[in-house]
Write a protein that binds this ligand. Structure first.
Ligand code: TXA
Ligand code: MG
Length: 359
């Protein structure tokens, strides 16, 4: 059932979560599938509904309080093992919290025993963030519990950025879906690990860029290394294949206008109507252009933004992937190459790279 985010529905959902239920909730990044983070049995339902392997840890979401900063709230939460940190490291966390919370930054920090092992996949650290979406915040305050919430899709599939997408992914596995409208950011939060000595590692790129983090933290940020295989891992969730459509997706080395004859014949090897995911531009013109290069092959194009606006492109990426994937007329998908740059550009590159493979 998709619920409008009325005060009554928020209260009902909060009561359901307190009683050990699960519910899909909007955040500014993507929709999450939430459970009381302190209740292992409730979190187990989240893993089961998503068919998520238990080696992939969950992100814990916290409520921003009226008169207390997110940093202070986290300090008093009982979730983080502060005594392990150097003074420097704590100052770094405080600076990041002040600048980016509530918002799309997740910090991975050493946990206390209060956090169930299931939530962190047995790791000694827990991922935490304060989401900025007003419905998420209202629900967190009403629930009065930290909420563990991974993206509300089946494991390995495209993250949902609208309430309807959650229903498409999980159907009646989730009874309640709180509708907060389309997600503003459209890509999952930046995940940053803070070591006890203050060293920073970027585990997942998102809207908050490494450059912004360096500026605020006054220290460098290391890149996390992606793992190619599943199984127990140092940086979990960095699975090479993720966010994947069901149809094959090939990433073009160049924009449609610049494809060489070699690229064209590589596309021609695959039969059927083509779905084109374009970064920018006019869809009718893109369809016409690619179809002409392919001797009249039918093409359906969807553009992430008419004028190449990066924020719009990020917002639309998963919805457009989903739309092309569910079009029964399309046999396979091709995508223009991801943009250069950090922050949202890096995040789009990362998600596209995991969703498809090079042509
Ligand atoms: O924007 C988001 O972060 C969304 C919304 C719902 O908040 N959530 C989300 O969760 O994307 P999920 O489960 O799809 O991704 C969680 C990822 C893990 O796959 C892993 O990469 C990282 O967060 N993570 C969580 N706990 C970790 C830990 N203890 N150590 C390292 N990475 C961790
Ligand atoms: Mg996910």
């Amino acid at each position: 059932m998709i619920l409008a985010p009325t005060p009554e529905n928020i209260e009902r959902t909060a009561a359901h979560l307190r009683e050990g239920g699960i519910a899909a909730i909007p955040t500014e990044t993507v929709y999450g599938l939430a459970a009381n983070a302190l209740d292992s049995a409730a979190c187990a339902q989240v893993f089961a509904s998503k068919e998520r392997p238990t080696f992939d840890p969950l992100i814990v979401h916290l409520a921003a309080q009226q008169d207390t900063s997110p940093f202070e709230t986290l300090r008093k939460s009982g979730l983080i093992a502060w005594s392990f940190f150097s003074t420097d490291a704590i100052q770094t966390i405080e600076a990041l919290a002040h600048r980016f919370w509530p918002g799309p930054l997740t910090l991975v920090l050493p946990k206390t025993e209060a956090v169930p092992d299931l939530v962190t996949a047995g790791l000694p650290s827990v991922a935490v963030r304060f989401p900025s979406h007003p419905v998420a915040q209202a629900l967190l305050r009403a629930t009065d519990r930290p909420l563990a919430a991974p993206s509300a899709n089946r494991f390995g599939r495209i993250s949902p950025t609208q309430a309807e997408h959650v229903f498409e992914e999980l159907g009646d596995r989730v009874e309640w879906i709180l509708d907060g409208g389309p997600c503003e950011v459209g890509l999952e939060s930046t995940v940053l690990q803070v070591q006890t000595n203050g060293e920073l590692t970027l585990l997942r790129p998102g809207k908050v860029s490494a450059e912004e983090i360096v500026l605020v933290a006054g220290r460098s940020v290391r890149a996390g290394t992606a793992r190619l295989d599943a199984g127990p891992q140092v940086a979990p969730g960095m699975l090479a294949s993720h966010y994947a459509p069901r149809k094959p997706l090939f990433i073009l080395p160049l924009p449609v206008a610049n494809l060489s004859e070699g690229h064209i014949s590589a596309i021609q090897k695959h039969p059927g109507k083509i779905g084109l995911l374009a970064l920018s531009g006019n869809t009718a013109r893109l369809e016409e252009e690619l179809s002409r290069r392919l001797d009249g092959r039918p093409v359906r194009a969807l553009s992430l933004s008419e004028n190449g606006d990066l924020a719009k492109a990020a917002q639309n990426l998963f919805a457009v992937m989903r739309e092309l994937d569910r079009d029964p007329e399309l046999s396979f998908l091709v995508s223009e190459p991801a943009p250069e740059g950090s922050g949202l550009a890096h995040a789009i590159r990362d998600r596209l790279g995991r969703a498809g493979k090079a042509l």
